[in-house]
Design a protein. Structure first.
Length: 168
């Protein structure tokens, strides 16, 4: 009987110590989308990509206007044009349209590749900063995805501030 009482008391002590350890656990939440949208590194990468692809984008816009003008010209003058001239203009339009679509596809692919490269670097720096904040503030767990989180555990602003300091 004494043995049973000792086992029960030991179990009670273990449960109580586990409960107190849980009570001391610090959990934080970071909004990953906000980090990607608002971090200085992401803003800098976005501007860098815009500048990098600006010339090609302008070239595509110019080609689109040229295609629109050619199409309007063909539609407007098709009744007065000779059949051979109309076919020549339609062939030129189709060739330019194919070239436009190819360049547009290449731009999207190149842009996507570069965005992925930039995002990988951003994620790496974001994760380093999150780990640093977690260690500094003695968090036991930092969560990035959650169905629900209390605003009092949201440390997104703190991480964004730390990212700003890290980017200097």
């Amino acid at each position: 009987m004494l043995k049973n009482v000792l086992v029960a008391l030991t179990s009670l002590v273990l449960v109580a110590s586990a409960a107190s350890a849980e009570a001391e656990m610090r959990i934080g939440f970071v909004n990953g989308q906000r980090l990607i949208n608002e971090s200085p590194q992401a803003i800098k990468a976005k501007k860098k990509l815009e500048k990098e692809f600006e010339k090609r984008d302008q070239e595509l816009q110019k080609m689109a206007k040229q295609l629109q003008g050619m199409q309007e010209n063909i539609e407007k003058n098709s009744t007065t044009m000779a059949e051979s001239e109309r076919r020549t203009k339609e062939r030129e339009f189709n060739d330019l349209n194919r070239d436009f679509q190819r360049k547009q596809r290449e731009l999207r692919e190149d842009l996507s590749l570069r965005q992925n490269e930039e995002m990988a670097a951003i994620y790496e720096s974001v994760n380093k900063v999150i780990k640093k904040v977690a260690e500094t503030d003695k968090f036991d767990l930092i969560v990035q995805e959650a169905v629900y989180f209390s605003p009092k555990i949201d440390i997104t602003d703190k991480v964004i501030k730390a990212l700003a300091e890290a980017s200097k």
